[in-house]
Design a protein around this ligand. Structure first.
Ligand code: SF4
Length: 271
């Protein structure tokens, strides 16, 4: 189940975002107005049941698998808005981990709320895998690509970056590459330095995709070809501890692992 507790709330207005950032307004989700985590999940589960229900009428379907699918085993807290703005995020993650079928909980953040990342760490609520979006290795391109609203957004993001090493869960840095913004080979060395300093377990480098609202801000040519994504991975891998691990051409993505922090590639079960 991929879902977001933040909906239309985000502190950035990223140029590549496929969502309607032009309509994002708030910079905070007030606690009294934020849904209770368990109530939110009850609503999401009810919608999930509604989506799956029709398959029971399909004679070719295995009813036991439809039963099994009622309760997700993997959650990705992402999709829309910035989930670390949700004030009850620690309770939400603890709740998801407590469900009997749960094997993993992923969280994706833009790094603008380092205080919430510290809360997750200190309140026993770390996700199974924590993703940090990192689209720039210098302040100028960070501001141009992410178009953040916080005056100290670069400092906030760097604070989150500094929390990854040793935080006590699997960590991934996700780099979205956009032609004309951050994909020129002249920037590989700076990216390699930033990624090495993060101490993350994995790096996912992928091309921007020309979909949704982003089509009004970028061109189709802003997407990279797969070979250009591989070139970025080689540029990073040749300068630090990250080494090529796998790729998906359909998604124009390469994943690298940190040779200094070896960890199991597969998540067998929630730990
Ligand atoms: S941080 Fe994510 S949700 Fe927010 S504007 Fe950027 S891509 Fe969109």
């Amino acid at each position: 189940m991929e879902f977001s507790p933040a909906g239309m709330h985000c502190q950035n207005r990223c140029v590549y975002c496929w969502r309607p950032v032009e309509f994002y307004e708030s910079m905070a989700i007030e606690a009294p107005r934020a849904a209770d985590p368990e109530e939110m999940m009850r609503g999401l589960m009810a919608e999930r049941r509604r989506l799956l229900m029709g398959h029971y009428g399909d004679e070719a379907a295995d009813a036991s698998l439809i039963d099994e699918a009622q309760l997700p085993s993997h959650y990705a807290i992402s999709l829309s808005g910035e989930p670390t703005m949700y004030p009850h995020l620690p309770a939400l993650i603890r709740h998801l981990k407590s469900l009997e079928a749960t094997k993993s909980v992923f969280l994706v953040t833009n790094g603008q709320e380092p205080a919430m990342i510290r809360r997750l760490r200190d309140e026993g609520a770390l996700p199974t895998q924590l993703y940090l979006s990192a689209n720039a290795a210098d302040r100028e391109s960070f501001m141009r690509i992410n178009r953040p609203r916080y005056a100290d957004s670069w400092e906030r993001w760097n604070e989150t970056l500094g929390l990854l090493d040793g935080i006590g869960t699997r960590t991934v840095i996700r780099v979205t590459l956009i032609r004309g913004h951050n994909a020129d080979p002249s920037g590989h060395a700076a990216f390699a330095g930033m990624l090495e300093s993060s101490g993350a377990h994995f790096v996912e480098a992928k091309s921007y995709m020309h979909v949704g609202r982003s089509t009004e801000r970028l061109e189709r040519e802003s997407m990279l070809e797969m070979d250009e994504v591989r070139e970025f991975a080689r540029g990073v891998a040749g300068r630090g501890p990250f080494e090529y691990m796998d790729e998906s051409e359909a998604s124009r993505i390469v994943v690298m692992r940190n040779s200094r922090r070896p960890i199991e590639r597969m998540i067998a079960a929630y730990a």
